[in-house]
Design a protein around this ligand. Structure first.
Ligand SMILES: Nc1nc2c(ncn2[C@@H]2O[C@H](COP(=O)(O)OP(=O)(O)OP(=O)(O)O)[C@@H](O)[C@H]2O)c(=O)[nH]1
Ligand SMILES: [Mg+2]
Length: 289
């Protein structure tokens, strides 16, 4: 464990797989066809999950900032983030993509887009049109899930792994055509904090970062903001001694071999999966102040 602790090597990590660069180029080309944009961010990491430089891709198209996975976030912090983005002139909607009530809010926002855009067309003497929307965001944020909900059936592939959608596809969803896109990250991730936040929410492939770094990051965030949640792992608090912390967790989750050895990988994977599977609720890792 000790040897692995400092294994975070920014330079050795391929953040930006080739297909993301290709997607970006294609999106820039498709931009003239797009009437509006749904930009998805993960409510648990409203800063880390925002694609840097997105405006260069979508230019000045009308946009809705959709904060997904609201069922898993810390409501108090989320309220602050909603205000933060509203103060930056974003139209914001908070949504649990698995909840039907929330969809009504989204549908009414889409109707507003439709009205606004068709009003401008009417002034130019043009007939109303079927709107085309781009759905964009980091891997695993819920882009395909959102499209399926709007379509009322499974038109897009969904999976709880980053990089599930591999290509750009136009899909009929209700009164609109939506462009599903592969998850995007940005070419250079300078911040270790952002990278670990993204990995914590399964937006970066598990193979890319050492599992222990990600699990320790999660434990540290819980200790800092939600210490009571450590009880789930048999811990009253996090100590500086990770052998001890891991031993406690291993005891709690049954990750000790017959010979009495701690299965470190099992402990780290358990913690990561708790977030991935939505077992750990009420957490937000980014702070806006
Ligand atoms: N709890 C919760 N889970 C969600 C929500 N939205 C999506 N998910 C889950 O998140 C996972 C990823 O969803 P996708 O729709 O495949 O995400 P994507 O953005 O299309 O991902 P890529 O194609 O990999 O870029 C799936 O397991 C969804 O069921 C949400 O609001 N709440
Ligand atoms: Mg997808």
């Amino acid at each position: 464990m000790a040897n692995e602790e400092k294994s975070f090597q920014k330079s050795s990590i391929n953040w930006y797989p080739g297909h993301m660069e290709k997607t970006k180029r294609e999106l820039v080309k498709l931009n003239p066809l797009v009437d509006f944009v749904l930009e998805l961010i993960d409510s648990r990491i409203p800063y880390s999950s925002k694609i840097v430089g997105i405006d260069k891709i979508i230019k000045n198209k009308p946009k809705l900032l959709v904060m997904t996975k609201s069922d898993l976030c810390d409501k108090i912090e989320t309220e602050k983030w909603v205000k933060f983005y509203e103060n930056k002139n974003e139209r914001v909607i908070l949504i649990d993509l698995q909840d039907n009530k929330d969809y009504k809010k989204l549908l009414s926002e889409l109707d507003k887009f439709s009205e606004e855009i068709n009003k401008v067309r009417a002034k130019k003497g043009l007939k109303p049109k079927v709107l085309r929307g781009l759905v964009i965001g980091i891997p695993n944020v819920g882009k395909s899930t959102l499209i399926n909900k709007l379509a009322n059936r499974k038109v897009a592939g969904v999976g709880n792994i980053p990089g599930f959608t591999k290509s750009l596809t136009w899909l009929k969803a209700g009164n609109t055509l939506l462009l599903d896109s592969p998850g995007m990250l940005w070419p250079k991730l300078d911040s270790e904090e952002v990278a670990l936040n993204l990995a914590s929410m399964s937006a970066i492939k598990i193979e890319v970062l050492p599992v222990h770094d990600v699990a320790v990051h999660i434990l540290e965030k819980l200790a800092k903001y939600y210490p009571e949640k450590l009880k789930r792992y048999g811990l009253d608090q996090l100590t500086g001694d990770y052998e001890y912390n891991y031993a406690q967790i291993a005891k709690r989750i049954g990750a000790i071999s017959k010979q009495g050895e701690i299965d470190y990988n099992k402990v780290s994977t358990f913690i990561i999966n708790d977030l991935k599977l939505g077992n750990m609720k009420g957490i937000t890792f980014d702070r806006c102040e």
